[in-house]
Write a protein that binds this ligand. Structure first.
Ligand code: PLP
Length: 426
């Protein structure tokens, strides 16, 4: 069982996650509710690992896509490393049991403290995003008497045709160093005594749905490494080719994983480098759904609004990325179809899960599954409008475990206080 079609499926009109009825989980734990399939998560990981098995890459699951401890743990048990972007993700990855020598650390604003913690843990690689960051890592490493393994993240100036908020490999974004400056930057950094310039890192954006963008970027990376070797910088032995592999949200074309593997492998082999991958969405995206209950139906301005109890604070992808998520009732389908907007209760016109969506007719009280919500779903949720965040459940076969409790209203004000002066009567 590897994908959504198998992990989340209908039996006699009822949606199941593996062998557990989704409606039962919602009745027991309430909505909005995130539900993840362990079989789908591990199946996707294995599909990727299988496609790459000839070159034995270090697969560093991108924790930002879904950072629940149980999710990260499920993958660590299969041998996965982790791609982290903060001290918080370092903490999570270690807590979930990811070996520190399989951790790669990206992000444009690493602080001295985060750098020190990662060095103390003994991570595999820092993905350096700028020259000042390289000097900071060198300084912190020297202070600790260690040498930091680093890859320069290069910006190949390739348009991977992703949403403007997730494009990272095009000139003018804040990520990495322009590839045409890279040789000069490597030469400068080569003088820093506490850096081991052992890699090159590139990540194009997400989700990438054509192989051409990878081909284009990797040709440029190969040329770069050859130029480095020509000028005597021979320390580069790791090629971190990032993540970004797309998934099917609707019916879009995606990159075939075998072709993707063949393309990346060819470039890594040409340079005799260890390949590192940072897949996120490919593993977690179709491994989760968000369930939400219809609160009201409303007719206004020639439109029908289905108002649900899940909102942009729970799943921001539709509002932030124009993301499409299939939506279906978890039970009792077959009441005809209609065109509606599915919206949440947050006080923003941007609070919607679907607009002008032709879908099965649903009524007040029905529970809906919002599919493909496993990546960049719960992790991007917030307490906006003082809404407690949803619970998360992991299903393994016929067993379901709450892997994050629903927040309470008490959780919302934890850590806040009112100064004494305001407590006194006027
Ligand atoms: C550096 C880096 N690596 C990996 C990823 C994971 O991307 P995806 O979830 O599309 O695989 C991201 C996503 O933003 C990223 O910025």
């Amino acid at each position: 069982m590897t994908d959504r079609a198998e992990a989340f499926h209908y039996r006699d009109g009822d949606l199941y996650c593996e062998d557990v009825p989704v409606g039962d989980l919602c009745a027991e734990h309430g909505t909005p509710l995130y539900i993840y399939s362990h079989a789908a998560l591990t199946g996707q990981y294995k599909a990727l690992a299988d496609a790459f098995k000839r070159c034995d890459p270090v697969i560093c699951y991108s924790v930002k896509s879904n950072s629940n401890l149980a999710v990260v743990r499920s993958l660590a048990r299969l041998g996965s490393g982790a791609d982290i972007v903060s001290g918080g993700e370092l903490h999570r990855a270690l807590k979930a049991g990811v070996p520190s020598d399989k951790l790669v650390f990206a992000g444009v604003g690493k602080t001295d403290r985060e750098i020190g913690d990662a060095l103390a843990a003994g991570i595999l690689l820092f993905n350096i995003e700028s020259v000042p960051e390289a000097y900071a890592i060198d300084r912190v490493a020297r202070g600790m008497g260690v040498v930091a393994p680093v890859a320069l993240r290069v910006n190949p100036d390739v348009d991977a045709q992703t949403h403007r908020h997730t494009t990272t490999g095009k000139k003018g974004t804040k990520f990495g160093v322009d590839i045409d400056r890279a040789v000069a930057v490597y030469k400068e950094l080569n003088e820093l005594p506490s850096l081991d310039l052992c890699g090159v890192h590139v990540h194009l954006g997400s989700p990438v749905t054509t192989l051409a963008a990878y081909e284009d970027a990797l040709d440029r990376v190969v040329t770069l490494v050859e130029s480095l070797r020509d000028v005597g910088i021979t320390s580069v032995r790791m090629l971190n080719l990032g993540g970004g592999l797309g998934i099917v949200y609707r019916d879009e074309a995606t990159v075939d994983v075998e072709e993707y593997a063949a393309c990346l492998r060819r470039h890594a082999e040409a340079l005799d480098c260890q390949l590192i991958l940072e897949p996120g969405r490919f593993i977690s995206g179709n491994s989760g759904v968000m369930c939400t209950q219809v609160v009201y139906r409303k007719e206004a301005g020639h439109k029908t609004f289905v108002i649900v109890d899940g909102a942009m604070n729970d799943l921001i992808r539709p509002a932030f990325y124009d993301g499409y998520h299939a939506i279906r009732p978890v039970t009792g389908a077959g009441r005809g179809t209609e065109t509606v907007d599915v919206v949440g209760p947050v006080c923003e016109s941007g609070d919607f899960l679907a607009k002008d969506r032709h879908m099965e007719r649903v009524d007040e009280g029905d529970v809906l599954a919002v599919f493909s919500a496993g990546a960049y779903g719960f992790v991007m949720s917030s307490n906006y409008n003082s809404r407690p965040r949803a619970a998360e459940v992991l299903v393994m076969g016929d067993t379901a475990s709450v892997v994050r409790e629903r927040e309470t209203v008490e959780d919302l004000t934890r850590g806040e206080s009112i100064p004494d002066a305001l407590l006194a009567d006027q």
